[in-house]
Design a protein around this ligand. Structure first.
Ligand code: GLA
Length: 404
């Protein structure tokens, strides 16, 4: 299927999906259903682990998990998507620091990190499914972590607020799964708000829900290209940024992370940085400023400026941060020529994955048509186009949700 228009928000599909999952579990009386959304980032790329700003939205592509708690210190979970059942014993969670080989490792990492944070966990048997395409950079792993955090949580302990829960899930991914990701994906999945994106300060963990302007849709275009080398390259970028911040801090007061560096400071110190590190720093410093400018422009309705900021972010990720690809460039070039497209750029870690597009209502079909017609001929790849509605963060699905 080439298009998906937020299947999770459609009333009937919503109930049918829930019914199928609960049936697969044997529809026990004590079953609970939780959901956790994927995310798309509007702007602010590779700034989160530099303690800067990001602007993601949780989207209506989601992981759903039906589960029944039990007294055993063990999880048995079936993935409807992969047709596979995996088990996890809490006694085996002692190791930490290992590489993920299977989807169950994200559940294990979350269980491990919750226990490390002093949160009691309990076992369950469950069934999960997902409408988030895996490997497309829409945070299927973060959504799995957040859904798992709800299933694993012992209800006798108060649940931490969304930012804290996001940090715990992130720690699981960093320390247990071996991906040095920032906080953005887990934060968006945990704290998303209906019809809004989130301006997140990744240092203080403060966030503000910011409305998606009336009359605009978010379209996500999947390039269908594998994210080669992404984990190792991602971890390398992060180390380069940390080195840059350390070298600048030798000469400048109060620099703890690239968040504290402005353009003048960077230019004073540029010759002291290895060339490649200087370019990474330049991207991060400018990208942080672009996030704040985009929030102001969206609020003021200055969509031309939003378009320029998205274009500058895309170019910077390609040229300075070097996480672009010819597939991502082709997707953005096609979108920019379509009337009604306000802004377009690569989103997420890069190295393949998706573009995010802000589009005037009514122009969605034309963008989809042009992408499906032109992109395969230019790249030899199969694209997918999703209309992404901004949705609330992870949590239980209540009986009332299923009857709307
Ligand atoms: C991935 C990471 C995030 C963030 C983005 C880039 O999605 O998981 O933490 O760093 O890349 O902005």
């Amino acid at each position: 299927m080439n298009q998906s228009t937020s299947p999770d928000r459609d009333g009937q599909a919503f109930s049918a999906r829930a019914g199928t999952l609960l049936e697969r579990l044997g529809a026990p009386a004590g079953a609970t259903l939780v959901r956790a959304p994927g995310r798309v980032n509007l702007i602010g790329e590779h700034t989160d682990y530099n303690e800067g700003f990001v602007l993601p939205a949780a989207i209506g592509l989601e992981v759903w998990l039906a589960f029944e708690p039990w007294d055993r210190p063990r999880v048995e979970l079936t993935s409807a998507e992969f047709g596979e059942t995996c088990a996890l014993d809490f006694d085996d969670l002692t190791t930490g620091h290992r590489q993920a080989v299977s989807w169950i490792d994200y559940v294990a990492g979350t269980a491990w990190a919750m226990r490390e944070a002093g949160l009691p966990i309990r076992g369950f048997r469950g069934v999960l499914d997902s409408t988030i395409p895996v490997g497309s950079g829409l945070s299927s792993s973060a959504a799995l972590e957040l859904a798992s955090s709800w299933a694993l949580a012992d209800p006798s302990a108060p649940r931490p607020a969304a930012p804290r829960m996001a940090a715990i899930a992130q720690r699981g991914e960093n320390a247990y799964v071996g991906v040095n990701c920032g906080i953005m994906d887990q934060f968006a999945s945990a704290a998303g708000a209906d019809g809004h994106c989130l301006l997140i300060d990744c240092r203080t963990m403060e966030f503000r829900a910011t409305p998606i302007p009336e009359g605009l849709s978010i379209l996500v275009c999947d390039t269908g290209s594998p994210r080669r080398l992404s984990t190792s390259e991602y971890n390398t970028r992060r180390s380069e940024c940390e080195l840059g911040a350390r070298l600048i801090a030798e000469r400048e007061q109060g620099v703890k992370a690239l968040r504290d560096v402005d353009a003048a400071m960077l230019s004073r110190n540029r010759s002291r940085l290895p060339e490649v590190v200087a370019r990474r720093c330049e991207h991060v410093v400018q990208e942080d400023a672009r996030v704040m400018a985009a929030v102001a422009s969206l609020a003021a309705g200055d969509l031309d400026e939003v378009g320029r900021l998205f274009a500058a972010s895309h170019a910077s990720l390609r040229d300075l941060y070097e996480v672009g690809s010819t597939a991502l460039d082709a997707m953005v070039e096609i979108a920019r020529d379509v009337p009604g497209v306000v802004a377009s750029r690569m989103t997420g870690a890069g190295f393949g994955g998706c573009t995010v597009n802000l589009v005037h209502n009514g122009a969605e079909e034309e963008l989809r048509r042009r992408v499906l017609a032109e992109y395969p001929a230019r790249t030899g790849l199969e694209p997918r186009v999703f209309v992404a509605s901004a949705v609330a963060g992870a949590g239980p699905i209540l009986a009332g949700d299923l009857t709307r």
